[in-house]
Structure formats: C-alpha cells, structure tokens
Design a protein around this ligand. Sequence first.
Ligand code: HEC
Ligand code: HEC
Ligand code: HEC
Ligand code: HEC
Ligand code: HEC
Ligand code: HEC
Ligand code: HEC
Ligand code: HEC
Ligand code: HEC
Length: 447
Amino acid sequence: MPISSERRGHPVFAWLLAAAGLLLALAVSALPPRAAQAAPPPQAATPPAAGDVIAISSDQQCLDCHTAPDQTMPLANGETLYVTMDQAQFAASAHGQADVACRDCHTEITQYPHEALAAQSLRQVTIEKSATCQECHQDQAARVADSIHAQLRADGNEDAATCADCHNPHYQVKVEPRARIPATCGRCHSGIEQEYRLSVHGAPVYANTNADTPLCIDCHGVHTIQDPRTAQFLDKSPQLCARCHADPERMAPYDLNTNVLSTYVADFHGTTTTLFEAQAPDQLPNTPLCIDCHGIHNIKAVTDAESSVIKENLLTTCQKCHPDATQNFSGAWLSHYTPSPEHNSLVYYVGLFYSVFVPVTVAGMSVYVVTDAGRQLIRRRQKGAGPVHPPTDSGSGSRPPAAPPPQPEPPVPAPESAAPPESAAPEVPEPAATPEPPAPAAPEGDH
Ligand code: HEC
Ligand code: HEC
Ligand code: HEC
Ligand code: HEC
Ligand code: HEC
Ligand code: HEC
Ligand code: HEC
Ligand code: HEC
Ligand code: HEC
C-alpha cells in the first residue's frame, strides 16, 4: 500500500485507500472465522439444540436423523460428505438382510453430536471407516493386506482401493451381476475398462451373453491382486490364458483351437519363456507371451480387422521384436498349428519322413549290434573250450579269418615295446566290423 500511494503522489488517495483497507480488515476480523462454512448444517431432521448431547441406543435413532433428504457435512479440506441414507435400499442389502446394524460397523458413534471426524477428506473417510470390515471378514481382510492396493496405500498412495471402494457398505446386494465387477474396477481404472469393454473377452460381459469370458478378477484375483508387471506374474501368464484356452470343454461352444498352449510351449518362443521361468524367475522374459501377440485388455477375435494377429497386422506385431522381419518371416511361422497336410504341409511331410526314417534306422542298427555281440560271445565261449580252432567257427563264409585275440587286446599295440609287427597283424580284421553297418534294410515293420 505505501508503495502505490507514494508512486501516485496523491496523499488524499493514500488516505482514502488506507481507510478503506482498515474498514475491510475490521469487517473481516469481526466475523467468526468458520461461521460461514459451519453454517449450512445438514437440513437435519431436527438437529438438537446446541449443547444437548443425545445418547444413541438404537439404530432407529440413526435412521430417524439420517433418512432426512439431502443432508451434507463439510469436511476439513472443503469437500462435502453426503450423509443421507436410503433406508429401503439398506434393508435390501447383504448387510441389511443379515441384520448387521448401523452400530455394528459404526462402533465409534454413540451419541450426537458425533465425535469429531479425524478424516480430512472424502478419501480419508472411506479409508478410515473401512477399518471396521475386518471385525467380521478376517479372511478377506488378511488377503487384502497383502495386495498391491494395500501396499500402495501403505506407501502413501491414498487412491489405491480399499474395502468400501469395491463394496458399498450400505447398499451392496449379495449376488451382484457379473457386469458390475469390471465397472467397479473401472471407477479407478477407466482406461483399461474402456479397452476391455470393446474386447472379445469384455464385450459379452456387458451384453450379458457369455459367462465364460474372464472378468478382471479372473486374471488378477479378487482380494489378492498383485503387481502384474513382475516376472513371476508374466512368466505364469500363458498358464493363466491356458486355464480356459486349453480346456476343451470350455472352448467347445466357441470352436476355438485348444492346442494354443501346447503349440506355444513347443515353439522357440515358448521354449525360451519356459526356460526363463525355470532358470531366471526374476528376469522378465524377452520372448513373446500370449499377450505380446494378442494384446492384454484389448484382445480381439483373430478374424477381427483390429486383431493384432490378423494377417494384415501380424508382421507389425512380430516387428516389435524382430525389426527386420519381412512378410515371409511371419508367413513362414507355424502359429498355433501343428503341421498337417492342410497347414504347412512341407513341414508335415518332412516331419513324417523323419518319424519313419529315424526309428527304422535306429532299429536296424540295434539288430545289427545285438546279433554281432551275440556272435562275439559264442566265439569267445568256443575259444575258451578248445584253445586253437580258428577255421571251424560259426561258419559264415563272409567272415574274415576269425581273429583269435580276445577283444581287450586289439587297441593296445604298445608301440614302445619292440614287439614285432606280425603279432598285431592278425588283429587288423577285427575293426573291419565297423564298415559293415550300412544297415540291413528294414528288418522290422513300420515304426
Ligand atoms: C440427532 C440426529 C442424529 C442421530 C441420532 C445420528 N446422527 Fe449421524 N449425523 C447427524 C448429522 C447432523 C451429521 C452431520 C455432521 C454433524 O452435523 O455432526 C451426522 C453425521 C454422521 C456421520 C458422518 C460423520 C462422522 O462422524 O462419521 C456418520 C458416519 C453418522 N452420522 C452415522 C450415524 C450413526 C451410525 C448413527 C446411529 C448410531 C447416527 N449417525 C445417529 C445426525 C445424527
Ligand atoms: C457394513 C458396515 C456398515 C453398516 C452396517 C453401516 N455403515 Fe455407514 N458406513 C460404513 C462405511 C465403511 C462408511 C464409509 C463409506 C465411504 O465414505 O466410502 C460409512 C459411511 C456412513 C455415513 C457417511 C456418509 C457416507 O455414506 O460415506 C453415514 C451417514 C453412515 N455411514 C450411516 C450409517 C447408518 C445410519 C447405518 C445404519 C442404517 C449405517 N451407516 C450402516 C459402514 C457401515
Ligand atoms: C458386524 C459384522 C460385519 C461387519 C463389521 C461387516 N460385515 Fe460384511 N457381512 C456381514 C454378514 C453377517 C454378512 C452376510 C453374510 C452372508 O450372508 O453370507 C455380510 C456380507 C457381506 C458381503 C456380501 C457377501 C456375499 O456373499 O455376497 C460383502 C461384500 C461384505 N459383507 C462386505 C463388507 C465390507 C466391505 C465391510 C466393511 C465396510 C463389512 N462387510 C463389514 C457382517 C459384517
Ligand atoms: C479391488 C476391489 C475389492 C476390494 C479392495 C475388496 N473387495 Fe471384496 N470382493 C471384490 C469382488 C469383485 C468380489 C466378488 C468376487 C466374486 O464374485 O467372485 C468380492 C467379494 C467379497 C466378499 C464375498 C465373499 C468372497 O470372498 O467372495 C466379501 C465378504 C468381501 N469381498 C469383503 C471384502 C473386505 C472386508 C474387503 C477389505 C478388507 C474387501 N472385500 C476388499 C472386490 C474387492
Ligand atoms: C478406488 C480406486 C480403485 C479401485 C476401485 C480399483 N483400483 Fe486397482 N489401483 C488403484 C490405484 C490408485 C492403483 C495404483 C496404480 C495407479 O496409480 O494406476 C491401482 C493398482 C492396481 C494394479 C497394479 C498395477 C499398478 O499399476 O500398480 C492392479 C492389477 C489393479 N489395480 C487392479 C484392480 C482391479 C482388478 C480392480 C477391481 C477388482 C481394481 N484395481 C479396483 C485404484 C483402484
Ligand atoms: C485375460 C486376463 C486379463 C483380464 C481379463 C484383465 N487383465 Fe489386467 N492385466 C493382465 C495382464 C497379463 C497384465 C500385465 C500386462 C503388462 O503390463 O505387461 C495386466 C495389467 C493390468 C494393470 C497394470 C498395468 C496397466 O496397464 O496399468 C491393471 C491396472 C489392470 N491390468 C487392471 C485390469 C482391470 C481393471 C481389468 C478389468 C476391466 C483387467 N485388468 C482385466 C491380464 C488381464
Ligand atoms: C476365463 C476364461 C478365459 C481366460 C482366462 C482367457 N480367455 Fe480368451 N477367451 C475366452 C472365451 C470364452 C473366448 C470366446 C469369446 C467369444 O467368442 O465370445 C475367448 C476368446 C479369445 C480370443 C479370440 C479367439 C477368436 O478368434 O475368437 C483370443 C485371441 C483369446 N481369447 C486370447 C486369450 C489370452 C491371450 C488370454 C490370456 C491373457 C485369455 N484369452 C484368457 C475365455 C478365456
Ligand atoms: C508369436 C505370436 C503369438 C503368440 C506368442 C501366441 N499367439 Fe495365439 N495366435 C497367433 C496368431 C497369428 C493366431 C491366428 C492364426 C491361428 O489361428 O493360428 C493366433 C490364434 C489364437 C487363438 C484363436 C484360435 C482359433 O481357433 O481361432 C487363440 C485362442 C490364441 N491364439 C490364444 C493364444 C494363447 C493362449 C497363447 C499363449 C499360450 C498364444 N495364443 C500365443 C499368434 C500368437
Ligand atoms: C516380445 C518379443 C517378440 C515378438 C513379439 C516376436 N518374437 Fe520371435 N523371437 C523373440 C526372441 C527373443 C527370439 C529368440 C528366442 C531364442 O532363440 O531363444 C525369437 C525367435 C524367433 C524365431 C527363431 C529364429 C530367430 O530369428 O531366432 C522365429 C522364426 C521367430 N521368433 C518368429 C516370430 C514371429 C513370426 C513373430 C510374430 C508372429 C515373432 N517372432 C514375434 C522375440 C519375439
């Protein structure tokens, strides 16, 4: 004030301003500071005369005052608490039906005027009054205490959900319609609910046409919700999807392939994810999970134009991790098909060829090895009986001059010893056994 008056240089102005300022200041300080705010008392049903203290001994007393329309109460932060209740709706609720009374929950309220509220905001009213739930619902309370919402609140995030956010303590009915659940979460996670509402999983929930698709709580849990971006959660997420998608009974009405998990696990991507889970449970997998290809809350039918896996969009999906991929790359991938004459026939026939060729070869080799070992054994026995009988062996003419020295000897020619080369010579034929394997043609049947 002095600055402005001096600059203007008009003492009269300065006086007038000073006087006006003084008057204003007096007027303001004359008012009791909070009278204005405290003024709008709830249009309560006959609020008792100031100073009177009314003891409350029945729920009817609560209702007598609290059913009067449109009563409000100002909170310290300026927000307004609405304190009128709908008696009929309360009576129809899970608690009303179970004869849970006002005072069973509001144990702190024993008289009017009520004890001053500690809560400064609407948010704090909800949090403080939710503490009462654990008196009767210990199980749920214990689970919630370990949830991400409770952890976040403990870390100072007041917005994270508590009991009364998800359950209206006065009006929740016992059997809630399914569609209410995503809406409950959506009060705070509205972006996700919006995506979910348009997804192949969410749309039928709101349309009430399908009880098989997952709600938020089917994937996240109810009272035990955890942070879904940890390695533990993500590594397990394929199993989460598979709970339904590998269940033939559940998938039958939708005619959906139930090999999606088995083909995924067999695939290089799934193999790596499985290894990750086993060997580095704390590390985020770098290979795609179901959700990397299909989306999370916005999953679409694979024939939907917006699907991330429809042919037109698939390459972009692969390019998230394979930036150099071309159309051939995604085209050559087997997806969830096990190769068959219809899908990836080349792979199917190559696989078929190997599935016949390999066992046949192995069987042939085995037969050879066994018969050969048998022959050796017989020879050795015969040798043990009569020391020198070279020519009259088991007969087969193709056999090289039956090598007299027993097996252990051959590989040890002992180069140091000045042994004459002749002694080694007769052994040479023995290794000749190796060249023979060019397997006998299919001694067995097919497999
Ligand atoms: C004589 C009328 C009257 C009675 C009886 C009464 N209330 Fe109130 N209640 C009020 C008014 C008025 C407010 C608004 C705040 C204020 O003016 O104190 C209020 C506020 C509340 C609040 C919000 C503020 C707070 O302190 O938590 C709750 C909860 C509440 N009442 C519950 C109850 C319950 C439960 C009963 C019965 C056990 C009850 N009231 C009985 C008049 C009453
Ligand atoms: C199952 C426990 C429970 C019962 C029963 C219950 N309340 Fe409440 N009440 C609460 C909780 C929790 C809150 C805090 C809700 C919030 O603000 O989110 C609350 C809040 C209130 C409030 C403050 C306004 C509001 O809605 O937040 C009033 C008033 C109130 N209750 C009155 C009553 C009366 C009257 C009855 C009996 C007819 C009653 N309550 C029965 C748990 C209960
Ligand atoms: C005085 C004990 C008591 C308190 C405190 C209490 N409840 Fe309840 N609650 C009950 C009873 C009894 C039932 C009915 C149980 C039944 O029918 O199976 C019930 C039912 C429920 C249901 C419905 C259960 C169902 O099967 O659909 C929910 C949800 C619920 N309570 C939540 C709460 C929440 C949230 C609070 C805290 C604001 C709370 N309760 C406080 C006793 C209590
Ligand atoms: C994030 C939301 C959320 C929070 C927080 C929450 N609940 Fe629930 N609660 C639910 C949902 C959703 C259901 C219904 C589950 C169903 O239909 O399978 C449920 C079910 C219940 C039931 C019925 C029995 C049961 O276990 O299914 C009770 C009782 C209950 N909750 C009490 C509580 C209490 C007490 C708290 C606080 C300690 C709490 N809830 C916190 C969402 C929540
Ligand atoms: C009262 C508001 C509220 C409600 C209702 C609520 N949440 Fe939350 N939730 C939060 C807040 C706040 C966070 C912390 C993260 C954030 O700020 O987005 C959170 C975090 C989460 C997280 C951990 C992810 C993260 O970003 O940390 C999951 C999962 C989650 N909520 C699922 C649910 C589900 C499922 C429901 C319904 C059953 C639900 N929430 C209901 C407020 C809520
Ligand atoms: C089919 C299973 C599934 C359903 C249904 C589902 N979620 Fe999720 N949600 C997930 C998975 C998996 C993640 C982790 C994805 C990631 O972030 O990598 C996740 C992440 C989240 C997150 C944390 C990440 C973020 O984007 O903020 C929140 C919060 C969440 N979900 C809430 C919800 C809500 C609310 C609903 C219902 C409207 C819902 N979810 C339905 C599987 C599901
Ligand atoms: C609670 C069971 C359940 C869970 C869990 C579940 N789904 Fe589904 N899903 C379904 C049902 C049922 C349908 C069919 C919906 C329809 O067609 O109306 C479906 C449809 C789909 C479709 C569309 C198929 C098509 O082309 O029609 C895809 C893709 C899909 N789910 C992927 C996933 C993924 C990925 C996960 C895990 C993050 C998952 N689902 C978790 C039940 C489930
Ligand atoms: C690398 C990308 C990728 C991964 C990872 C992936 N999918 Fe798929 N998925 C696809 C493609 C592409 C299609 C469409 C072509 C087809 O039907 O095979 C598809 C189709 C589907 C379908 C529809 C099947 C039908 O009968 O029409 C379902 C359901 C499905 N996937 C679920 C899953 C589940 C569950 C997982 C994880 C276990 C998963 N997918 C992993 C790319 C993927
Ligand atoms: C989330 C990231 C991610 C996405 C999305 C992804 N991949 Fe991969 N892919 C990988 C990683 C990591 C490897 C290396 C795995 C290993 O060798 O253990 C890999 C390996 C492969 C391989 C083996 C040959 C090679 O290049 O190493 C093929 C083929 C392949 N991916 C095809 C696809 C196709 C087709 C798609 C789209 C439908 C796709 N991938 C989407 C991460 C991804």
